[in-house]
Design a protein. Structure first.
Length: 216
């Protein structure tokens, strides 16, 4: 299940790294799958400026003799493909042994960029997490009566990831099969309800949240 927390600074400077790390630590009991953070602020350029985390392996990938050489080749190919699709002013920063962060300027099709990068063997740009962050942003906005301006490219990328990883509209058989193989005393609440029908020309944010089982 997802765990999400946020902090808003209204004025002054703060030790954001320490405070966000404390929040992540407080949620680590929710599961070992992944942790991450997103920072939002004024854009640095007139074109879209994106921050992307690229993962080339994971913590359980066997460390054979070719491991680091293979990561180096795959990272070089990711960097080449970013340039090929039109990314500009890319800045790279290692985040783990097998993952790195990159910020870059880009005004093209975000899904095309993600597809090109994820075609590199082992590479993931964590597009599913784009879907999760966007959906939970909608949850918070709806609960607090706010109406954000949604970026269609981000919503399109998140929707494509949801259709890829959760392709069925009726999830009942999937959850029933899970329960049939789970321990009898396991308390289980399905993380996704069945998809909600919306018009084909509905706003992309409505299509995204509806596919996750929410009523737009």
């Amino acid at each position: 299940m997802c765990g999400i927390a946020g902090i808003i600074y209204r004025d002054g400077t703060h030790d954001i790294g320490r405070e966000m790390t404390r929040m992540l630590q407080s949620m680590k009991h929710r599961g070992p799958d992944s942790t991450g953070f997103a920072l939002y602020g004024p854009p640095r350029t007139d074109n879209g400026t994106y921050a992307m985390r690229v993962k080339l392996a994971d913590a359980n990938t066997p460390r054979d003799f070719e491991f680091h050489d293979r990561l180096g080749r795959h990272r070089a190919e990711v960097e080449r493909r970013l340039v090929a699709v039109g990314a500009t002013d890319a800045e790279y920063e290692d985040s783990t042994e097998y993952a790195f962060n990159v910020t870059f300027g880009y005004d093209g099709d975000l899904k095309l960029l993600a597809d090109r990068v994820e075609d590199v063997p082992g590479a993931e740009v964590l597009s599913m997490y784009v879907s999760e962050i966007t959906t939970h942003t909608w949850d918070l906005a709806t609960a607090t009566g706010q109406k954000p301006v949604w970026d269609d490219e981000v919503c399109r990328l998140g929707l494509a990831a949801m259709h890829r990883d959760l392709p069925m509209a009726d999830r009942t058989p999937m959850w029933e099969a899970f329960r049939a193989h789970a321990p009898a005393n396991l308390q289980f609440d399905p993380p996704f309800a069945n998809a909600v029908a919306v018009p084909a020309d509905a706003p992309l944010i409505d299509q995204l949240v509806a596919w996750t089982g929410r009523q737009p």
